[in-house]
Design a protein around this ligand. Sequence first.
Ligand code: S3P
Length: 428
Amino acid sequence: MTQQQLPGKRTHLTGTVHVPGDKSISHRALMLGSMAQGTSHVEHILEAEDVQTTMRVYRQLGVTIETQGATTVIQSPGFARFSAPSQTLDFGNSGTTLRLSLGVLAKQPFELDMSGDASLQQRPMGRVLNPLKQMGLRTVTPATGLPIQLAPNRTLNGIQYTLPVASAQVKSALILAGLQASQTTRITEPIATRDHTERMLSAFGVTLARDGKTLTVPAEQKLTPATVTVPSDFSSAAFWLTAGVLVPESRIKLPAVGMNPTRTGLIQLLTRMGAQIPVQMQSTTGEPIGDVLAQTQQLHCIKVTEVDIPAVIDEMPLLVLAATQAKGVTEITGAEELRVKETDRIDAVTTELNRLGAQITALPDGFRIVGPTALHVTEPTTVHSHGDHRIGMMLAIASLLTEGTITLEGAEAVAISYPTFFNDLAQL
Ligand code: S3P
């Protein structure tokens, strides 16, 4: 495990950070490019461990994926002609790769063995396997999590399905399987989740209909190759956005960030807490993109409930950090999904920020945060990433507000989504 000395209390963070490509969109570009027969191109793909995992998996299925300068070139025989991998597919730490791929690979005429790291083995897969089984997917042995062995399968049926949890990964898996089914599939989501799959599919020649909360996926589709540009990741920009808002006398510019409204809940919630965060929109077609300016702001407490959660799900550790600096008691509920992320993020955020003097109580489905608290440690203190990239990076931002000496253990986890994070931090 790598230990990293964190910077400690700062003022005057100024500069411009060009954050790397969006992780969710990079995964989808590789998967849809692999499903389409022919040559697709991806610009500004995220170079990080989770995306490497997706590349490795689809290469094992017979897809050629090469980097040519800033462009990733995907040459695929199409999903109907994937080849049987000679080895187990290893999904590493990547829940998105595994869950979406269960949909992509639900109708392959050969057996598929799937594994992943210790964290991924703990994560619930029944939520995606159960509806896929209703569509006709079969596993060799009963499985609700890794390891999973898919049995050869030649048919999928369309279903009508209401998601019991608001999950873009489950929705996307059902869309990607539905495209291969013999009948139409209808998916209803209780609260809107990120819609990158739906948006990108139209670039690959498939249009889904949406009626309120229900999506209709047409049967027996073929994808046509496409060129996709990945915007900068809002979830990575969120670290600098939060730093800019919380660290005194700061002004941080974040150019050309993905501004899909299903992802930017952190901006809405910080605004509800009293912040002003100017966004200059650059483009609104496909994936919207904008320039964000983060400046120091005074915050007050708010109540965050279930309807707010999907659009801020990956930024929740940062929202809790912000709430430690806000006046009053912030309550966050309806966020039990945080317990089944790369680690239990309710426990990890509470334990680690309280080590720095925060006053956070973990709730079964969220947090109660008393603010504002002056974060400080009286002796050199080690905080832990819990092997979770977003916890590690949130703690680095927390250190900018904390009096005293802090070391981060498990700093290598940042490479999952943002390998250049510590360089960008040093530059500010
Ligand atoms: C993701 C969806 C979300 C999110 C994850 C990426 C995606 O997960 O937390 O980091 O790319 O579809 P859930 O679908 O489990 O909510």
